[in-house]
Each structure stands twice: as C-alpha cells, then as structure tokens.
Write a protein that binds this ligand. Structure first.
Ligand code: NAD
Length: 498
C-alpha cells in the first residue's frame, strides 16, 4: 500500500503509527500516512534551526525569486496536483484547481515581498535623531491545516512565513496529506534551501508537540472551532504567537429586490459546491419577507434537482463525495436532527447512491425550510451539502441572525439597493462580507479572517495581516552626534524629543 511519510531533512524515521487515507469516490483505504510525534518534530526543528539564519540573511529579492520559480512550477504541475488533491479529498477537478489557484495567488503576492517588508523611517525625530523600524522574521513557525483546502491553506501560511525569512513546519490534515508533500518537493525544486519548508504528519500527538516546542515561535491553525480554541489557548500559554481560524455558518441575506436568478445560481454553487465542505460555503439562506421566500423556493428547488453529483474526475459533476464515511454519517445525522427539531425537509439528499460507486461517500443535495434560530442544526456547523432556509420578516431581523450567531466567518447580502448593502456591511458582526458575492474570500493582497468563534487571535491570514503575523518589528532610535558622544546630556530624565 502507498505510504505517505514526513517530508523532513534527513528523511522520515521508521514509523510506528499510521492513519488510513480513504478513497472518497469508492470507499475503502487508498494509502496510509505516517503519524509522527515529538521525536520526529525535534528532527524537523533542528533542521529548521540550522537552515533559517542563512535564509533570513539572504536579501529579500532572492527569496522572492524562489517564490517566482515556485509559482511557475505549481502552474506546470497544476493538472497532476489537482488530480492528487481530488483523489484524496473528493472535490471535483475544476474545484481542486481553484483550491490550488487561490494558494498560488498568495505565492504571487509573496513575489512582491521586498516591497512590503520595507520599514518606516523618520529623519530628525529629535535633535540629530532618526527613528526607523525593520520587519524581521520570527525564526521557526508552524502551520496546522484542515482537510478541506489541502493546497490553498498550506500556501496561505507557508508562502508568507517562508518568504519573509522564517523556517516553516507544516502539519497538514492526515485525511489528504499527499499534496502538501508535493508542494514541499516543488519548493526545493524552486531553490528553497532544505529545512525551510518541512512537512510532518500526525494527529493530536504531533499538534501538542508543536504547541509545546520552545523553539517554535508562532503557530497558525485552521480547522474546527473547538480545536482552534484549544490550539490558541495552549499555544499562547506556551508563549507563542497564535492565530487559529475555526468553523463557520455563513448566511446569505436575500432582499426582496435581489435578482433571484442570479441568487439561485450563486446559492447552488456556494451551498453545494465542494459538497458544502468549505468554511466560506453559504449553508444558510435568509429571504427577507414571506413573498421573497416563496419566490426563491420556486426557483431554487428545480435548480437543486438539476445538480449533478459525481466522482471527482467527472467533468460534468457539480460536486463529488464528502471526505470520509464518518463525515457522511455526521451530515446525515444533522439532517435528521433538523427534521426532529421541526424544520421542513424540502429536498432530502440522504440515501443517494452513485451507480458503480455505491461505496463512495456521496450525499445528494438537501434543502430544509422553516429553520429557526433556536435549533441546534442552525447553531452548529454541518459542513455538508445542506442548505437551510431561515425566514426573516425584515432587514433588521435578517441583520441580527448572522450578527448574533456564534460563528462570524463570512456573510453575503443580495440586493439592488446600495443603501441597504452599505448599511448591512457596516453593521453586521461578521469578519468577511459579500455584496452580491456569495463567497467573499478576499484576494491575496487583502487578508482573510473571521470573527467570534471563527477566529481566535487577532491577525488574519495572508496579505499585510499575514506579513504582520509572521514578522516582528524592531524599532531603532539612532543619534550620530557631531564630534562624538560627549554631549549626551543628563541621562537621569526620561528622554523626550522636545
Ligand atoms: P479539524 O479541526 O478536525 O482538523 C484541523 C487540524 O487539527 C488537522 O490538522 C488535524 O489533524 C488537527 N486535529 C484534529 N483533532 C485534533 C485534536 N484533538 N487536537 C489537536 N489537533 C487536532 O478540522 P477539519 O475537519 O480538518 O476541517 C474542517 C473544519 O475546518 C471546519 O470546521 C471548517 O469550517 C474549518 N475551516 C475553517 C477555515 C477558516 O479559515 N475559518 C478554513 C477552512 C476550514
């Protein structure tokens, strides 16, 4: 059976524990991944410590050149990377290419890092005194990533962390570990020195080892909220800088004047694309007014019936299987809970079987109506191809729903009314807002991050926020007196510039 090992300097030590990597299209095990521990991490940390000072000392333009070469290598390998990703995750090939592309855009951002690393300078801040700042790398950083974007999220973190001069150790999801290893190989090919980007595989044991290791200065985590909270607390207690992005329950508000054809098109992609396994999916739709709800349903139901579920290599399929049998059972359980809680099951995706792939982890699309804010199935993340309709009587009620929800990752409003959109964007208590844009993932030179239980810590991923997270600022106050240091004055008083 194919085995996926750590990608660390000196090679992977003999493994003692493994996890199965499943085949979502057909069911069953397709490979096994080595699960590491503190001893494996120690090897990676030592290699990182040996490599990082020279990498940090290299001028930023040279580090950026590695990113340029990495970008073209990813482009050359796009097809094979996408097939590798789809085979383990289950998302369709075009969607895997989107996953890689969104990561690639962060690599492109990092090609311009000499510009963003420039510090600030004040000439003549006091008599003969200049003040300036410089951004310096932290040393060694780690990233812990979820299964649902095995290319994009490692690149969000790894490209920024390394290009600013850190060494980076990635602990990807054990459910789809092959693409992260391949990205590490491509980075070496692009000219990144050994030890700057390494991959260790594992579960909680490896995560805890990372959180406790004194030589790791910063940890970036993306995954579910309970684990994000745990990672944040343990990492911060160990004195690290931590950002931990968590789960989501994003709402799409449909105002009465919205273009419903466009909305239905957007909703189908945003609710069911990637089988709903996206932290920026739109699993809750909030039509404003009973008439909007009825008109929306009339258009939505046939569009849902027209969706094609297929294997990840089916070019005609809108989405593929979910990641594991356990995850499929969990999503089915939530659908049952929603029904038991009193919501109306309009379209039931359970029991869907794909001919020739009966053991695959497929789920048909599900639509639930008359979902209310007190239901557990509304409060919690389902992370499957399930769309819930929560009806609101007016704008204020619609605004309150995402604002009061425990998660605050993304939200979207669909309207032709600029004033309503502007008001909504300013007042909603959510980190990322779309206006007639269903999945408002900011572009690479802005930053990504949710609020409330969708994000612990206070810096976002990539863009300038990413640069801030992966660097520390040194502030220098310099004086070059004419004729030596003899005129330093009284040193017993707090210095002022006055
Ligand atoms: P997960 O929380 O199960 O796993 C994430 C990472 O944590 C993995 O590397 C995993 O190995 C590790 N992990 C798992 N259990 C652990 C434990 N007990 N202790 C320490 N580490 C542990 O998440 P997942 O199922 O891989 O990914 C889906 C989740 O990620 C969803 O909740 C989704 O919303 C969220 N997500 C959030 C964002 C965001 O930016 N906010 C982006 C993508 C995914």
């Amino acid at each position: 059976m194919r085995q996926i090992d750590h990608f660390i300097v000196g090679g992977s030590p003999a493994p003692t524990r493994f996890a199965d990597v499943m085949d979502p299209n057909n069911g069953g095990v397709q490979a096994r991944v080595t699960l590491g521990d503190a001893a494996v991490l120690e090897r990676a940390v030592q290699a990182a410590q040996a490599a990082q000072p020279a990498w940090a000392a290299m001028n930023p333009q040279r580090r950026a050149r590695v990113m340029f070469d990495f970008k073209s290598l990813i482009e050359k390998n796009m097809d094979t990377l996408a097939h590798m990703l789809s085979a383990e995750h289950g998302k369709v090939i075009a969607d895997s290419k989107g996953d890689i592309q969104r990561g690639l855009e962060v690599v492109e951002f990092c090609c311009g890092l000499p510009h963003v690393l420039k510090g600030e300078y004040t000439q003549g801040a006091g008599p003969g005194i200049d003040v300036y700042s410089m951004r310096q790398p932290l040393g060694i950083g780690a990233g812990i990533t979820p299964f649902n974007f095995p290319a994009m999220i490692p690149l969000w973190m790894g490209a920024v962390a390394t290009s600013v001069g850190n060494a980076f150790i990635l602990k990807p999801s054990e459910r789809d570990p092959s693409v992260p290893n391949r990205l590490a190989e491509l980075l070496l090919e692009a000219g990144m020195p050994e030890g700057i980007f390494q991959v260790v595989h594992g579960d909680k044991i490896m995560v805890d080892a990372i959180l406790d290791h004194p030589a790791i200065s910063a940890v970036s985590f993306v995954g579910s909220s309970d684990i994000a909270h745990y990672v944040y607390n343990r990492g911060v207690a160990a004195g690290k800088r931590v950002q931990a992005m968590g789960g989501a329950k994003n709402h799409g508000i449909i105002m009465p004047d919205a273009d419903l054809d466009q909305v239905v098109n957007d909703l189908c992609g945003a609710a069911y694309g990637s089988a709903g396994e996206r932290c920026m999916a739109l699993p809750v739709v909030v039509p404003v007014g009973g008439d909007t709800a009825e008109r929306l349903k009339e258009k939505l139901i046939p569009a849902i019936h027209a969706l094609r579920v297929g294997v990840s290599t089916d070019a005609e399929a809108h989405y593929g299987p979910v990641v594991t049998a356990q995850h499929k059972a969990k999503v089915e359980g939530w659908i049952q809970t929603a029904v038991d809680e009193g919501s109306e099951l309009v379209v039931d995706g359970r029991g869907f079987k794909l001919q020739g792939h009966e053991e695959g982890y497929f789920l048909g699309p599900t639509l639930l109506d008359h979902v209310t804010a007190d239901m557990a199935s509304y409060k919690e993340e389902i992370f499957g191809p399930v769309l819930q309709i929560v009806r609101a009587a007016n704008f204020e009620e619609a605004l309150a729903l995402p604002s009061r929800h425990q998660y605050g990752n993304g939200v979207a409003i669909f309207t032709r009314n600029g004033h309503a959109a502007r008001e909504f964007a300013a007042r909603v208590n959510v980190g990322m807002v779309g206006i007639n844009v269903p999945i408002p993932v900011p572009v690479a030179y802005h930053s990504f991050g949710g609020w409330k239980r969708s994000g612990f810590g206070d810096t976002d991923q990539y863009g300038m926020e990413g640069i801030r997270f992966w660097t520390k600022v040194k502030k220098i106050t310099a004086r070059w007196p004419d004729g030596g240091m003899g005129d330093a004055g009284n040193s017993f008083i707090i210095p002022t510039m006055g």
